[in-house]
Design a protein around this ligand. Structure first.
Ligand SMILES: *Cc1c(COP(=O)(O)O)cnc(C)c1O
Length: 823
């Protein structure tokens, strides 16, 4: 790829920063607050982006290429300033200009709130995809919601998680622009009136007595690396209709006006903080339809403007990718627009829709599957419900034709059944592609969870193993390593991560090993300083940094990790001469606000940390740290500093994982189960450069089909496990309330709330995990062997670039052409 580097006029840039400060705040730079300085710099950087942004869309209008709309309830973007500087290829130049203004780039970057419009992996994937799409010069829009409050900020007080609102827009977000010219009305509730068209004899469906809001988009620039492409992330805000149209007041419908004002205010107020969990809230369905309707209306209008109002070939230029089932109403909304607003008949509309929508599945866990009660769905979206009913009716006919007399098939596959609308079934039925997010996950979909659908329409199913962008998670997050790699093999890896394999030549080179480990050490010092500042804990950068950062979820098994820490602590206490490499166990995780056992696990980790970190008798062999408010920005620093990457989900439960890839890229060894993309990581790096333990997914699934296993057997037979479990309820880690961790204890041992004991096989995998941890210790003692192993992890991470993932989506699903933007 021809890398384009624009000229940078340093004096011009400095003038812009000073000028921005003056015009925004009536201040000189030295009078301004840090936040004001950040804003002044950010606006100057935005100025460097605008011409490219304009040129990109001019080019798109001219060439009329096919466009992908990536439909997602979540975009976990992380900070934009540093990333934009990097993708402009002007990081160093801007850093230098700021130094001359007496500004420190790190302090400036630290002022930016993380736009955290997502929970975890799913939202971060969407953000990585946008980065890759722009870098690879593919026309695309991210479509989502401009939540007033994103993912909550987590504070730890007395060991407990406290949620505080993430007021990311408080000081204004410098990179967004409001596009008031693209506003759309979105209607909720009321009823559908059928009006016969006198001329055509056709039935027209008209929604009456509804409440509506106005969707107004804000665009954020998405820069390609080293090119002129600037795509857009379009996030929708809701405004009340009355602002635009005072008719309601004219008619004296005061009640309606107030309802619509409240609807608009509530709609985009907050991101639901659940990861891999369906809550079934009415407001959530409203959010889904809100951003989908606005996005689809806009996409169809844009297409019509470019094609003389003729929608019949929409699928040639437009494709909607559904990031999980959350935006699945896209299917019915597109049908509605094509039929009710463009006069197409059902068959024409279905032909277009079923060539335009594609679906990505992200989980097989039952509690995450979206099923809306008919009552709620049809009350909120009466016309959409009619359309879904008709899709279902025709689909059930097809099932009957293929499996005559097989009622069981209908029960399992129908879109509407048992009073519920099943969103995954709708997405699979209507979509032209259904993909899983790692090889293992896709195989499980085909063989188990979606077996019936796979048998009926095998051609739709395909795998797209997730990826991450190396621009953010190496070039920006780990500048020391990035520079070292570029010194060794050139900078081709930045846009072609496969080239990082050239590092394999150096893995036995003593000097290279030393340099690599020295960079790791410096990154550990950087993280140790962060931990000192925010946790007040001293950690030794010479100890093994063993890290588990991800959402707190039972299936991710942070509990297995901390139970093992308790076990190890007992071992050291009984045998003070016990020989081990000093280890720092680092955790970071947000728990959904209503997820009791997850929050108890956070409290447990913090209490264990408190006891162990204050026990001088173990002479610092173990330290435990819980990093508050894990998010993209501190994540970047954490991945760079990790020696061990904990990827210990119950096999079959983690669809892919992407954290695992970020650690690998930054030179950490995966300690994990054969789950999700771990399987492919091991395939790339070799078994000898990872540490694998635990049940296989086949074994887990087998136990589950047999109704589980009996953890009491382990409790009775294994004294070490029993001792650790008793410590959950004897006050050792909760002296003012020995009952504090009773729920955790019960979840492992007792059948309760209709749930079997230890459904995530924590005790079953415990011994195997403890052995794997001993293996880590053993390998770390061999300095050269360890260095070689971690270097190989970096060298073999090429497959896990989201650039590779996107090229696969383009080739197999979206069929896009690159558009090169000249300037
Ligand atoms: C990558 C990432 C995740 C996903 O991590 P997993 O380990 O794959 O669950 C979650 N949160 C943040 C902030 C991330 O950067």
């Amino acid at each position: 790829m021809a890398i384009h580097k624009a000229k940078f006029d340093k004096e011009e840039f400095k003038k812009a920063v000073v000028g921005n400060c003056k015009s925004l705040y009536r201040k000189t730079l030295d009078e301004a607050s840090q936040q004001q300085r950040f804003q002044s710099v950010a606006y100057a950087v935005k100025d460097l982006i605008m011409d490219k942004w304009i040129a990109t869309h001019k080019q798109y209008d001219k060439e009329d290429p096919k466009v992908v709309y990536y439909m997602s309830m979540e975009f976990l973007m992380g900070r934009a300033l540093g990333n934009n500087m990097i993708n402009l290829m002007q990081y160093k130049e801007i850093k230098k200009a700021l130094e001359e203004l007496d500004l420190d780039i790190n302090e400036i970057e630290d002022q930016e709130p993380d736009p955290a419009l997502g929970n975890g992996g799913l939202g971060r994937l969407a953000a990585c995809f946008l980065d890759s799409l722009a870098t690879l010069e593919y026309p695309s829009y991210g479509c989502g919601i401009r939540y007033r409050y994103g993912m909550f900020k987590q504070e730890i007080k007395d060991g407990y998680q406290i949620e505080t609102p993430d007021d990311w827009l408080r000081d204004g977000y410098p990179f967004e622009i409001k596009r008031a010219e693209y506003r759309y009305e979105v209607k909720f509730g009321g009823y559908v009136k059928v009006v016969k068209d006198e001329k055509t004899g056709r039935d027209n469906f008209v929604q009456e007595d509804y409440r509506s809001v106005i969707a107004v988009p804000y665009d954020l620039p998405i820069l390609g690396y080293g090119n002129n492409t600037v795509n857009s992330l379009r996030i929708w805000d809701a405004e009340p209709v009355v602002k635009f149209n005072l008719n309601s007041f004219d008619k004296g419908d005061y009640q309606k006006a107030i309802e619509e004002e409240n609807l608009a205010k509530n709609l985009v107020e907050v991101l639901y903080p659940n990861d891999n969990h369906y809550a079934g809230k009415e407001l959530r369905l409203k959010q889904q339809y809100f951003f989908v309707s606005a996005s689809v209306q806009r996409a169809v209008d844009r297409y019509k403007n470019m094609h003389n109002g003729d929608v019949s070939k929409l699928y040639e230029k437009v494709t909607f990718q559904l990031n999980d089932t959350h935006p699945t109403v896209t299917v019915a909304e597109l049908m509605r627009i094509l039929m009710d607003e463009n006069g197409l008949d059902w068959d024409q509309a279905w032909d277009i829709t079923s060539k335009t929508v594609a679906y990505t599945n992200h989980t097989i866990m039952a509690e995450a599957l979206e099923k809306w009660p008919i009552e709620l769905f049809s009350r909120l979206l009466p016309r959409i419900y009619q359309i879904v009913e008709e899709i279902n009716r025709r689909f059930v006919e097809k099932i009957k034709a293929k499996y005559p007399g097989d009622q069981e098939k209908i029960r399992k596959m129908a879109i509407i059944y048992d009073g519920q609308v099943k969103m995954a079934h709708l997405a699979i039925c209507a979509g032209y592609s259904v993909n899983g997010v790692a090889k293992l996950h896709t195989e499980i979909l085909k063989k188990q969870e979606l077996k019936d659908f796979y048998e009926m329409m095998p051609e739709k199913f395909n795998n797209k193993t997730n990826g991450i962008t190396q621009r953010r998670f190496l070039l920006h997050g780990n500048p020391l390593l990035a520079e070292w790699i570029t010194d060794k093999i050139g900078d081709g890896w930045i846009t072609d991560l496969k080239q990082i394999d050239k590092l394999s030549l150096y893995v036995d080179d003593k000097k290279a090993q030393q340099e690599f480990m020295n960079i790791k050490y410096k990154n550990k010092v950087r993280l140790a300083e962060y931990i000192k500042k925010y946790n007040g804990i001293d950690v030794d950068p010479n100890s093994i940094f063993d890290v588990q950062v991800k959402r707190l979820h039972e299936y991710k098994r942070q509990l297995l990790n901390i139970l093992h820490v308790m076990y190890l602590y007992n071992k050291i206490k009984t045998d003070p001469t016990f020989d081990m490499e000093p280890r720092t166990f680092i955790f970071g995780a947000k728990a959904a606000a209503g997820y009791r056992i997850a929050k108890q696990t956070i409290k447990l980790i913090n209490n264990v940390a408190n006891v162990i970190n204050n026990d001088a008798s173990i002479s610092g062999k173990i330290k435990v740290v819980f990093i508050e408010n894990y998010r993209v920005s501190n994540g970047e620093m954490i991945f760079a500093a990790a020696d061990v990457s904990e990827q210990i989900s119950t096999a079959s439960k983690e669809a892919s994982g992407t954290g695992n890839m970020k650690f690998m890229l930054n030179g950490a060894i995966t300690l994990g189960t054969m789950d999700g993309a771990n399987v492919e990581i091991v395939q790339e790096v070799g078994e000898e450069n990872a540490v694998i333990f635990g049940l296989s997914s086949d074994e887990v699934i087998k136990y589950e089909n047999e109704g589980g296993y009996d953890p009491m057997e382990i409790f009775n037979e294994d004294q070490d496990v029993r001792e650790v479990l008793m410590e959950l309820i004897n006050g050792k880690y909760s002296d003012n309330d020995p009952e504090e961790f009773r729920d955790i204890y019960n979840s492992l041992l007792n059948f309760q709330d209709g749930r079997r004991a230890d459904i995530y096989f924590i005790l079953k995998d415990f011994k195997s995990y403890a052995k794997a941890q001993e293996e880590i210790d053993k390998r770390y003692k061999d300095k050269a062997g360890w260095a070689k192993s971690v270097m190989l992890n970096t060298a073999k991470s090429g497959k896990f670039s989201s650039d590779r993932t996107i090229e696969e989506y383009v080739k197999d699903i979206w069929k896009l052409e690159k558009v090169h933007v000249e300037m």
